[in-house]
Write a new protein. Structure first.
Length: 78
């Protein structure tokens, strides 16, 4: 799905992580959601990440939402 993101059941319970790290995608997304710049994420939190790694986390989340199957249940009138 993404060259920068890996899923391994033996690492962090199978949570998606940035390849070569134990940094889960959700933690990177939380920082982005908080409005922290890519530069600050890299310098203050995760210096081992590249800008491409951060973008890959966002792309991974987008792909999950894009590929999500939505099932509607119609309620019958009483």
């Amino acid at each position: 799905m993404n060259d920068h993101i890996v899923v391994n059941p033996k690492v962090l319970g199978g949570k998606p992580c940035v390849k070569g790290t134990r940094i889960p995608v959700y933690m990177v997304l939380e920082l982005v959601e908080a409005g922290i710049s890519f530069n600050d994420i890299r310098t203050k939190f995760y210096p081992q990440l590249s800008e491409e790694d951060i973008k890959a986390c966002i792309a991974y989340a987008r792909q999950i939402v894009q590929n999500e199957e939505v099932h509607f249940v119609l309620e019958q009138a009483a």
